[in-house]
Design a protein around this ligand. Structure first.
Ligand SMILES: Nc1ncnc2c1ncn2[C@@H]1O[C@H](COP(=O)(O)OP(=O)(O)OP(=O)(O)O)[C@@H](O)[C@H]1O
Ligand SMILES: [Mg+2]
Length: 400
């Protein structure tokens, strides 16, 4: 176990969750995305209502971006919920409205915005129903829509400019099949036309693309913003900000990782911030240490540590499981593609896939009708790091 205090830090700065100080995420720990934020800010400020899509690969920083945009808009006199609204699989439009109303109510309550007591009153019956676990069940869609409209009106009456709703993880929703999601969307079109509401829907590309497949919904989309991988200097700045946030004032601070290590991992993980942070985390926590605890991890130590870490994890795998993994590392694939290429019966491929999935080496990227497409997860990349000597070498050739 690493003692972070040895580095002069309160806690682990590499944990791939937002930095938190006294229960809040400090705005200054966010880095970059200036242009993307400007686009959203301008739309929200110039329109009475809007529907904005934000998309990108897993772990690039979509949720953080949505939260940052919303937090910044608080200063411009907008209302937003404390937490983002999570899209649930199989959700109906009514359930979605109830979720939004619940978040609005609890935000007003927790932040003690006494000027919005009237809004709370409007939502009260729905909030009570949620507390009793009845959710949307007993309300008609027309009733819920009316409540949402009244809430929007009341928020404006209280002098605020509008409400920003951040609906997160849209892919959860779409995974259940886009037929249901399309039904949801066409029913939700009226919501997107309601004054005072600015929606930010966040998900992967496939999920946000669904908005364009409905000819009516398509016409109300205000913007679509792609979130790209962060640049090397942005990732370095994020790491520095994280050190700063957790620095213990009275202690000398030592960097747990060298600048070169961040560069090496930024390249290996193609700029994916979640993956870079996780790699730094595992490298620091698992590096061999002597008496000196506060060592600074160099690229060589990081490569060796990560490689050893992942190799330990694959030791129990059978040669066939490894073959399947190797195949998926090279390219994402379905069960039948793998079975055919490696000459394995599909039933066995399923069990190899299950093992790899349980050990977090692969993930289901998406379902296309009955086809499931699997991709390698980030730690599989560490198998490519070569280490001098013996057995390791032969494995590295195997994965090259
Ligand atoms: N621009 C940024 N500035 C500072 N930290 C960031 C930034 N973007 C992301 N992070 C950090 O990187 C981590 C991953 O980001 P985030 O959860 O936003 O990614 P995501 O794209 O929503 O991932 P997922 O696809 O898993 O939902 C978080 O810990 C977050 O704090
Ligand atoms: Mg996210």
């Amino acid at each position: 176990m690493v003692s972070w205090e040895e580095y002069g830090l309160e806690k682990n700065p590499f944990e791939a969750i937002p930095v938190e100080k006294n229960g809040v995420v400090p705005l200054e720990t966010f880095e970059g995305r200036t242009k993307e934020r400007q686009v959203l800010k301008q739309i929200i400020e110039t329109k009475c209502r809007s529907l904005n899509l934000v998309f990108g690969d897993p772990g690039v920083g979509k949720t953080s971006f949505g939260n940052y945009v919303r937090q910044k808009m608080l200063k411009d006199n907008y209302f937003t919920t404390l937490k983002e609204v999570d899209c649930q699989p199989n959700q109906s439009t009514s359930e979605f409205i109830v979720d939004i109303l619940y978040h609005i109510y609890s935000t007003i309550e927790r932040t003690e915005q006494t000027n919005l007591e009237k809004v709370k009153k409007i939502i009260q019956p729905i909030y009570d129903s949620c507390i009793n676990n009845n959710g949307a069940a007993k309300f008609s869609y027309a009733y819920l829509e009316d409540i949402l409209r009244k809430v929007g009106g009341e928020i404006k009456k209280s002098g605020l400019n509008g409400i920003i709703i951040h609906a997160n993880n849209l892919e959860n929703f779409v995974q259940e099949g886009d037929v249901k999601f399309k039904k949801f969307l066409s029913a939700a079109r009226d919501l997107f036309l309601m004054d005072g509401y600015h929606y930010i829907f966040i998900g992967n590309k496939e999920a946000t693309d669904c908005f364009y497949s409905d000819s009516k919904v398509k016409t109300v989309v205000s913007s679509a913003t792609k979130i790209d991988e962060l640049t090397l200097s942005e990732v370095k700045a994020i790491v520095r900000k994280r050190y700063k946030a957790y620095q213990i004032e009275t202690l000398k601070q030592t960097d747990p990782v060298s600048d070169d290590t961040i560069t090496m991992l930024h390249e290996a993980h193609e700029g994916n911030i979640r993956e870079v942070l996780s790699a730094l985390d595992i490298a620091v926590q698992n590096a061999e240490r002597g008496v000196k605890q506060d060592i600074t991890i160099t690229p060589d130590i990081a490569r060796k540590t990560l490689r050893n870490y992942v190799e330990k994890e694959i030791t129990p795998f059978s040669p066939k499981t490894l073959e399947v993994l190797q195949y998926i590392i090279k390219k994402k694939a379905t069960n039948s593609e793998i079975s055919e290429a490696l000459n394995i019966i599909p039933q066995n491929t399923s069990s190899y896939l299950k093992e790899l999935k349980n050990k977090d080496f692969i993930a289901l990227e998406k379902k296309e009708k009955t086809k499931k497409i699997y991709i390698a997860k980030f730690k599989a990349i560490w198998l490519k790091f070569s280490i001098d000597g013996g057995v390791q070498q032969s494995l590295s050739e195997y994965y090259a």
